[in-house]
Ligand binder design. Structure first.
Ligand code: CDP
Length: 236
C-alpha cells in the first residue's frame, strides 16, 4: 500500500464494499435540451453530463476528413467538482489526455464513414468527482451517443480495476485511486469483448491482470444493462 491509509479493513473497503463490488450507478438520457443526445450519470459520488453535437460540417475546414467523420472530444472537470485546487484555469494536461483517450474509444464505435467531411463532438462535463471519472464519462457518453441516433456498432462500457496490496479490487474511488498500488481503467465493446481503452497506473502480475479483467467483464454485464435500461426508458 502506498502511504499509510488502510484501504481494506476486515475484508471490506472504506465505503463498505467488498473487493469485487461496483458502486451504485444511475443513468438518465436526454437531460439537456440543446444537444443532439445527452445523458447524466451518477456513479457512486461522481456526477457527469455527456452531450453530443453533430454530425456537423467540420470546422475549421482543415480538420475535416473527406472520407469519414472526425470525432472531437472534450472532457472537463468543473471548478467545483472536486475538493482539490484545480480546474479553475480550464483545460489542464490531465483533461487533454482524458479527452484524447475518450475520443479514441468512440472512433472505434461510431460508423464514421457514413458522415464524410463532418465532425461529431462529444462533451463530458464532470460536475462532481470521486475517482473513475474517465470510466464513468465514457459509459455516460456512450448512452448520450446512442440517444443522439448517430449509428454505432456497439455500446461501450468502462470501469477500472486495480489492487490494494495483493488484493484485486473493482471500481476504485478517489481515495483508493490515490493510495492503491495499481489502477487500470478499461473500456470494452460488450458484443465482441474488444478492449478499446486500457490504461495502467502501477503494475499487476499476469494473474492479477486476469482477475481484474474477469471482474471488469462481469461488472460490464451490469453496467451494460443499466445503459440499455436508460435508453429504453426514454421511450416509455
Ligand atoms: O477520475 P479518474 O480516476 O479517471 O482520473 P484520475 O486522474 O485517476 O483522478 C482520480 C480522481 O482524483 C478524480 O476522479 C478526481 O476526483 C480527483 N482529481 C482531482 O480532483 N483533481 C485533479 N486534478 C485530478 C484528479
Amino acid at each position: 500500500m502506498k502511504g499509510d491509509v488502510e484501504l481494506i479493513k476486515n475484508g471490506k473497503r472504506l465505503d463498505g464494499r467488498l473487493p469485487g463490488d461496483l458502486r451504485d450507478i444511475k443513468i438518465k438520457t436526454n437531460v439537456v435540451k440543446n444537444a443532439q443526445g445527452s445523458a447524466y450519470i451518477e456513479w457512486g459520488n461522481n456526477k457527469i453530463i455527456a452531450a453530443i453535437h453533430g454530425p456537423n460540417e467540420a470546422l475549421p475546414r482543415h480538420t475535416a476528413n473527406p472520407n469519414k467523420a472526425v470525432v472531437k472530444c472534450r472532457y472537463m472537470m468543473a471548478p467545483f467538482s472536486s475538493s482539490e485546487e484545480h480546474g479553475r484555469s480550464g483545460m489542464n494536461r490531465r483533461a487533454v489526455e482524458i479527452s484524447k483517450v475518450t475520443g479514441e474509444v468512440f472512433e472505434n464505435v461510431i460508423l464514421l464513414d457514413q458522415f464524410p467531411g463532418t465532425e461529431i463532438s462529444i462533451y463530458v462535463e464532470v460536475i462532481q468527482s470521486d475517482g473513475g471519472t474517465r470510466a464513468a464519462g465514457i459509459t455516460c457518453a456512450a448512452v448520450a451517443l446512442a440517444a443522439s441516433g448517430i449509428p454505432i456498432k456497439d455500446l461501450p462500457f468502462s470501469v477500472s480495476a486495480g489492487k490494494v496490496g495483493e488484493t484485486v479490487i473493482l471500481d476504485l474511488n478517489k481515495i483508493e485511486d490515490n493510495y492503491s498500488d495499481a489502477d487500470m481503467p478499461v473500456a470494452v465493446l460488450p458484443r465482441t469483448k474488444e478492449v478499446v481503452l486500457l490504461q495502467m497506473d502501477g503494475s499487476l502480475t499476469k494473474k492479477q491482470y486476469d482477475e481484474a479483467m474477469e471482474l471488469i467483464l462481469e461488472a460490464g454485464e451490469k453496467i451494460s444493462k443499466i445503459q440499455r435500461d436508460a435508453l429504453i426508458s426514454q421511450y416509455s
